[in-house]
Ligand binder design. Structure first.
Ligand code: SAM
Length: 326
């Protein structure tokens, strides 16, 4: 589907990929996502499944969204998830995926299988159970690993997301790739982003493990070659011939803002056009209007959201990842 006139910016960018955060609540409080001592609660007024689906339908129609990722908070915690997933799978989308911490994957697997979802991303930052509890401040590593194996066994493609941090899990950069390659999983290293409590934080530079260091560590064990990515792919992708692939989402080292096609819908009903920008646009009010009134107003708000995109480099922002789903 192509975007309607006016919904393309001066850089030629349009919204194609929608991330829907089903709830701001999370059962984890990962150190890269949440400041110490904070708990993750649902937003005061979260959209219900009818509102989420209405928003998705309008955004497909007006903006030309063709890929959708369900995220959070922790999306599998959302009371909307069980109704939202099968319904969204019926929409005219080229791709539907899910990002989860994997803690409830085993319980939700029958629903995932029945929905026909083909791929999921699981956040997994270490294979060491002690470090796991330190990073996630909750959760149970064997349960997550069992969920990953069960998803693979059910024929669902799995990618693993890892955020390497100097003091927490740099030693896991190679072991996690060994684990993923052995299972046919594509591992994606995500450079620590200057979001939320990292914005302006002097510890940020100490904790960041840049792409160059990730590659240097991997190069001691594997010979890899860079592969071509899609036009708006955010990850630099590499192949280890005969063994598999991995990617690096290098927000700092290789910013991908120039081809960013992402739009985010928070559970509280706000559109976010750019992670580097604290601007957001409330649309929940429009979801109650008759269609003829809602569509032109939503179009205007989408134009504002598109204008929020940064011209080139990712600068980070005080926006908190858990509200908008990474
Ligand atoms: N709860 C789900 C999960 O754990 O996958 C979905 C939400 S989580 C916010 C989505 C992604 O954001 C995760 O892959 C996580 O690793 C990433 N993330 C959160 N804060 C980050 C940061 N400061 N830098 C880089 N990635 C971050």
């Amino acid at each position: 589907m192509t975007a309607q006139p006016g919904l393309v910016d001066a850089q030629g960018r349009a919204f194609r990929n929608l991330r829907v955060s089903l709830t701001a609540a999370c059962n984890y409080a990962c150190t890269y996502c949440v400041p110490k001592g904070k708990q993750l609660h649902r937003a005061r007024h979260e959209l219900d499944v009818v509102q989420f689906l209405r928003a998705v339908d309008y955004l497909i129609e007006i903006a030309g969204i063709d890929k959708l990722r369900i995220t959070g908070g922790e999306p599998l915690l959302s009371p909307q998830f069980d109704a939202f997933l099968p319904a969204v799978m019926q929409r005219p989308l080229a791709d539907v995926s899910l990002t989860t911490n994997g803690q409830f994957l085993l319980e939700k697997l029958p629903l995932l299988k029945a929905s026909g979802i083909r791929r999921i991303n699981v956040s997994l930052d270490t294979l060491n159970p002690v470090a796991f509890r330190k990073i996630c401040r909750s959760g149970d590593l064997p349960t997550v690993l069992a969920g990953i194996d069960a998803a693979l066994g059910a024929g669902i493609r799995v990618k693993v997301n890892m955020v390497p941090m100097r003091s927490a899990n740099e030693d896991q950069i190679v072991p996690l790739l060994d684990y993923c390659l052995a299972r046919g999983i594509e591992l994606r290293y995500i450079e620590l982003m200057r979001m939320g409590h990292w914005q302006g934080n002097p510890d940020y530079a100490r904790e960041l493990v840049p792409m160059s260091r990730i590659l240097a560590l991997l190069g001691q064990r594997y010979a890899y070659v860079r592969t071509a990515g899609e036009f708006d792919a955010t990850a630099a992708r590499f192949e280890i011939p005969g063994k598999g692939f991995f990617g690096i989402i290098a927000n700092e080292s290789l910013p991908f803002c120039a081809t960013c096609s992402r739009l985010r819908l928070s559970s509280a009903g706000f559109l976010h056009g750019c992670l580097s920008n604290t601007q957001r646009h409330y649309i929940a009010d429009l979801l109650e209007l008759p269609r003829a009134e809602a569509v032109p107003q939503l179009r205007e708000r989408l134009q504002l959201a598109l204008a929020d995109k940064q011209p080139l480099a990712f600068g980070g922002s005080e926006t908190v990842m858990r509200w908008i789903g990474g």
